[in-house]
Design a protein around this ligand. Structure first.
Ligand SMILES: Nc1nc2c(ncn2[C@@H]2O[C@H](COP(=O)(O)OP(=O)(O)OP(=O)(O)O)[C@@H](O)[C@H]2O)c(=O)[nH]1
Ligand SMILES: [Mg+2]
Length: 157
């Protein structure tokens, strides 16, 4: 069976774990339990095995070499930010610089989370357009909005 390795990066609390839990079928409960270091979660669907590497936002600076190794072995890297947090969007650049520079041939995608929260939606599509070459998806792990669209995209790798 084909294995697709996906590294999920982003600032603390943007919703990386909630996104992966949604994909594997767990119900959204709204409780924030920060991830410690990282977890690798395997999910099989449509004849493919997906391995999501869920990286802590808080502890990332203490495990950069480990995450660089995961990124180098990845088929796809998702950088997530929270659409209601400009600070989390500004951190996208740090993640890209830290992990994108040595991996020119690994595709990155950008994911804006919490699309269910309408007010305030501080990171507009216009703001995100400073990354015109990176595919962009807006999702909600609470309502499942566009998670299937993103999974269909991931499925091609
Ligand atoms: N409204 C809403 N809340 C969300 C969504 N996704 C995550 N949350 C909430 O945001 C908080 C943080 O979510 P997590 O998935 O734990 O965030 P994380 O990116 O894994 O955080 P770290 O593990 O610390 O890096 C939790 O309270 C979630 O319930 C979403 O799509 N909509
Ligand atoms: Mg987490």
């Amino acid at each position: 069976m084909q294995i697709i390795n996906i590294v999920v990066l982003g600032a603390a609390g943007v919703g990386k774990t909630s996104f992966i839990q949604n994909i594997i079928g767990n119900i959204f409960n709204g409780i924030y339990r920060p991830t410690s270091y990282f977890n690798s979660i395997t999910y099989t669907n449509s004849g493919k095995q997906y391995i999501f590497h869920d990286i802590s936002g808080q502890e990332i600076s203490s495990m950069i070499p480990t995450v660089q190794q995961l990124v180098q072995a990845a088929d796809l890297v998702i950088i997530m930010f929270d659409k209601t947090s400009m600070i989390s969007f500004k951190q996208v650049n740090n993640f890209y610089n830290c992990f994108g520079s040595s991996t020119a041939n690994i595709p990155f995608i950008l994911c804006g989370s919490k699309s269910d929260i309408n007010n305030p939606k501080v990171v507009s599509a216009n703001v995100v357009s400073i990354y015109p070459l990176i595919p962009y998806f807006e999702i909600s792990s609470k309502t499942s909005n566009k998670i299937n669209t993103l999974m269909q995209y991931i499925h091609q790798y």
